[in-house]
Design a protein around this ligand. Sequence first.
Ligand code: 2HG
Ligand code: ZN
Length: 474
Amino acid sequence: MSDIAAVLERELGAGRVIGPGDDRLDDYGRDESPALLVPDDARHPPACAVLCERTDEVAAVLRVCAERGVPVVPRGAGSGMTGGCLPVAGGVVLSTERMQRVVEIAEDDLVAVVEPGVITGRLQEAVEARGLFYPPDPASLDFCSIGGNAATCAGGPRAFKYGVTREYVLGLEVALMGGEVLRVGRRTSKGVTGYDLVAGFVGSEGTFGVITELTVKLLPLPPGVATVLGVFADVPAASAAITALLRRGIRPRVLELADRASIDHVRPRARYRFPDGAGAIVLVEVDGDPDALDAEVERIGQACEGAGALDVLAAQSASERRALWEARRLISKSLRDAHRVKLNEDVCVPRGAITEMLARIARTSADLDLPIAVFGHAGDGNLHVNVLSDDDPADPAVARRLDQAVHRVLADTIDLRGTLSGEHGIGVTKRDVMTLEQSERVLEWQRRWKAMWDPAGLLNPGKVLPRRRGACSE
Ligand code: 2HG
Ligand code: ZN
């Protein structure tokens, strides 16, 4: 066992440190990010992984590592898609996966207090059983954890109506490099006392501190939900339906889009039988008073039909709703299973620019002869652009084409006044393209912000901010 692993085992006790030689250690050097997007100099196995169970243990790890100058990489469930929890400089992976307690669900206060390892879907079930609602619903909700959601400010389909994780985190307990433990924020829904430190920690991808407890806002559970699927011949028709339904004053909680390539990948697996000629789908969900939902569904149907829908399906039962969601949630996995390479960008463009963005993506796909599947949260302009290939990425010509495709997607996003990541974060895979969007001065102020919390740069080093004078590979 390495030196640091032995020290931490003495500190935390037996069975809590996964050291070199243990088969499980490899898992702590991986997440869901595409290997091709992780820079070569950022691949390092961790020295060890530590399974913390309490705040004082997290603080102890941060103290011991700070004293010895060892990097620490916080990790939730490892479901991130941009390498935010990869140990790119080696060091200790600090896992909060065992911190799984729902400390409190306070019905009258409309808050829950939870440890960071609680699986998001389990929190939702626990509060829904009491008539309450925690809206953020990342696609990975069955296996991602709430601490990781807060660290990356995760989104999800329901963000269109309800907003992203940041809107639900009221207060945090965080442990800083060196071992100090702070409580920031509040338990009330409103509050403007001092600077908004919670907003800074949320989305900082574990580079400011390690979240050890969260106080999250809950809402009353909407009494009714209705789900509608519109199927169209192409993306422009689907976009026209989206515009039409928003102009009718409908405020769906979900407004999802998927293109032909995405549909073709889920078609063989989904229970819903997509009509031939399906070139785009729009998944719409509304919630609220059950008596009012039928009329809303009717208006959504009219908006879809007015835009030339090939089929409109309003789910009549919980099982039909599940079938529609299953088709949507299967897209990411189906693309991954079908191709040797799946490079997923997570760009966000102003909603009015979606059709233009998709047209540009189609040109990039044709010019570079690479299939590109696009799906995602159209209501927010958040598009998951997946560049696909079955060729060997070790072939320099293939690698160059893939790199060009990704850079064209990013450049078009910025050109259309969008942003590089809508919900997956920057991590390590997008770190060096930050300069496409943000000025050197803005990056410099962010470096100072990071240095305030972690002057020695030991907490999750190599993430979010590009190296000085960040290089873009094109
Ligand atoms: C989703 O919305 C996820 O399904 C995954 O954010 C996105 O695989 C992807 O590109
Ligand atoms: Zn998504």
